[in-house]
Design a protein around this ligand. Sequence first.
Ligand code: NAP
Length: 301
Amino acid sequence: MYDVVIVGGGPAGLTAATYVRRAGKSVLVIEKDGFGGQIAWSPRVENFPGFVSISGAELGDRFLQQAMEQGAEVELEEVSEITGTVGDRTVKCLSGAEFKARTVIIAAGAKPRMLGLSGEEALVGNGVCFCAVCDGIFYKDKPVAVAGGGNSALQDAMLLSEKCSKVYLIHRRDSFRGESKLVEALRKKDNVEFILNSAINALNGDTELRSLLLRTPEGERELQVSGLFVAVGHKPDIAAFSPLMALDDGGYADSDESCTTMSPDIFAAGDCRRKKVHQLTTAVADGAAAALAACEYIDSL
Ligand code: NAP
């Protein structure tokens, strides 16, 4: 039996693993896709203390390396369910694998949100994309659009402006949620056009995206683009664990500052937890808090 099983190998989960090991307890981190989490898809991280500039993939690798050097065990599996009683949990995976745990930290992050337009799902991979780092290269020298106004949208637009003939940055408001430094850098790019106070009303194209229909303050506008990079935030994917912890209307885990949920042996950390600021720095802070709370709980048993 592990002292702590962590669901999710992003910044929160891997930081938690390092802290658990430093407290002398056993820990297993289970990740379904790739260690590093969402940040692994960020081309450049410039707001994580200690690094002036580092690629998200390298930062994610460093989190993993640090946790493993401390003795954390890792598995690539998709967790489907957590059963058992307080202090004696079984973490079940889709493959059939099962792991016993005294405590569980859910650090499962969040998955990209879609715009909710007709035909959007069918066009995923054929024009509609969620990751400029992964898919930008397929739109080399072609016109593309980015939807969103946060750091992800700004970073995607910056990366795509170096590959694509034209980048339309479509945002529903007149100001951006993301960093103004990135906005200023984008304003200086000749091939980037801001389309503000605007919404995408429809996607045209059956098997491949051909154009977007926009509602702009000046009226309807059709944009001929080969790709649309949707960067309108993320939503947590933790509904399967809701019997163990309360979720709010947005699907985020309800937990206190120590990341403790309504079950004393279940903790929620990082982007899947309800909090005001979802950032890399607050994810690692959650990882530390959840790990220390889990260790304290184990010591109290
Ligand atoms: P975000 O900051 O939540 O931004 C989402 C954007 O999408 C907002 O501008 C929002 O508009 C817009 N939006 C939401 N729903 C929409 C809809 N249905 N239609 C059109 N637009 C919609 O998400 P994010 O950019 O993915 O970033 C997530 C977190 O990761 C943030 O805290 C961010 O700072 C962080 N991050 C950090 C780095 C880094 O380098 N350190 C890189 C990427 C992301 P409104 O503004 O009008 O709400």
